[in-house]
Ligand binder design. Structure first.
Ligand code: FES
Ligand code: FE2
Length: 381
């Protein structure tokens, strides 16, 4: 539970402050598709809930990793005696993967419980090499409502990596979407090697405050915020203290990147293009529990045929993954972890002092508070 005094003092974005475990009734990526192999159950934790996934005849199913009988995790000792069931290691209650039905109790085959109870199951959808799970209870809206625009385009090929980060998921969003945090990337090898330049920061043009963001409330698509600061600010290439220059942007070259940055519910970022004019970066900050999140970093490239996809796969693994996903974005990880302590007891949301360049973050918090489909609560776990 979030401190009531904090909630009273952060009314403008109360729902967001409450969503320590994320937003319920949204689609979240859980795995890359190749991590979920046929007949080999894998466990994870999303929004505080322990889940087990399995691929059966190619289709992925997800169940709650918590036996109905005494609440133990089924994953503690996996026992699957048939392709379509999982048996609890403790007293042999046995569940169907497809609908969670308690179909047998091997230690007491005539129990009246059999056929009358179901483990919680979750809707699963695979797209672009990612396994998405609908963390909720309502009929799911289409996946396209919970991903950034263009992610699902037919010609978009996605490659990426997943990392567990020790900060709340909102530290992830607010690091990725933060326009002046580029300061932390000033030493990245990505800029000189990829012949591009990333400024040290952006100074918003005074008087243009109302044009800094564009808010999209998706009627038939995703809901999010575009950061327009690039068009309404002065890029800072030289950092000065008391008038004396002390630090400079690395002028790697003239490739133009990060022209359009946007954040979408339930917490997915799009940087277009990045880290190269031929690529788009899509990221997710998926709540794991209150103090950690899954950081999905992916790069999309438009291709025309299978040969181009194969070439991109090689280029991704040999070049972009080390140079940019690690060489640039690894800095984001320690930055988020460094923010965590201040916000961990919720008072950071009151004590923080935002500045002009944070207007996009303010817009995101308000939009997320207004448009989310529910707050994940402890009682859902
Ligand atoms: S705890 Fe699972 S069968 Fe008893
Ligand atoms: Fe960053």
């Amino acid at each position: 539970m979030v401190n009531e005094d904090v909630l009273k003092r952060t009314k403008q974005w109360r729902g967001y402050v409450e969503a320590k475990l994320g937003f319920r009734n949204h689609w979240y990526p859980a795995f890359f598709a190749d991590e979920v192999k046929e007949g080999e159950p894998v466990k994870t934790k999303l929004l505080g809930e322990n889940l087990l996934l399995n691929r059966i005849d190619g289709q992925v199913f997800a169940i709650k990793d918590q036996c109905l009988h005494r609440g133990v995790p089924l994953s503690k000792k996996l026992e699957c005696y048939t392709k379509d069931t999982i048996t609890c290691w403790y007293h042999a209650w046995t569940y169907q993967w497809k609908d969670g039905l308690l179909c047998d109790i091997m230690t007491d085959p005539s129990s009246q419980m059999i056929g009358k109870h179901k483990l919680k199951t979750y809707k699963v959808e695979e797209a672009k090499g990612l396994v998405f799970i609908f963390m909720g209870d309502i009929d799911p809206p289409p996946l396209s409502h919970d991903v950034a625009p263009n992610f699902l385009d037919d010609d978009m090929v996605i490659r990426g990596i997943k990392t567990e980060v020790n900060s709340n998921w909102r530290m992830g969003v607010e690091n990725g979407f933060d326009s002046t945090h580029v300061f932390i990337h000033k030493d990245s090898p990505m800029m000189p090697e990829n012949k591009t330049v990333v400024p040290l920061g952006f100074s918003p043009n005074r008087g243009e405050e109302n044009e800094m963001v564009t808010v999209v409330k998706g009627e038939d698509g995703p809901t999010g915020v575009f950061d327009n600061i690039g068009a309404h600010s002065r890029p800072i290439l030289e950092g000065t203290i008391k008038g004396e220059p002390v630090v400079h942007s690395v002028m790697g070259g003239d490739k133009r990147i990060a022209l359009q940055i946007s954040i979408w519910l339930p917490g997915t970022l799009k940087v277009d293009p990045f880290p190269d004019p031929s690529l788009i970066q899509f990221e997710w900050y998926v709540p794991r529990d209150e103090t950690s999140h899954w950081y999905f970093r992916t790069l999309g490239r438009r291709v025309e045929n299978a040969a181009e996809e194969t070439a991109y796969d090689k280029e991704f693994h040999e070049h972009w993954k080390p140079l940019s996903l690690h060489g640039f974005n690894d800095d984001d990880i320690w930055a988020r972890e460094a923010m965590q302590t201040f916000y961990e007891d919720d008072w950071g949301w009151v004590k923080e002092q935002l500045f002009e360049a944070d207007s996009n973050i303010v817009a995101w918090r308000k939009l997320a508070s207004e448009m989310n489909r529910g707050i994940q609560k402890k009682e859902n776990l």
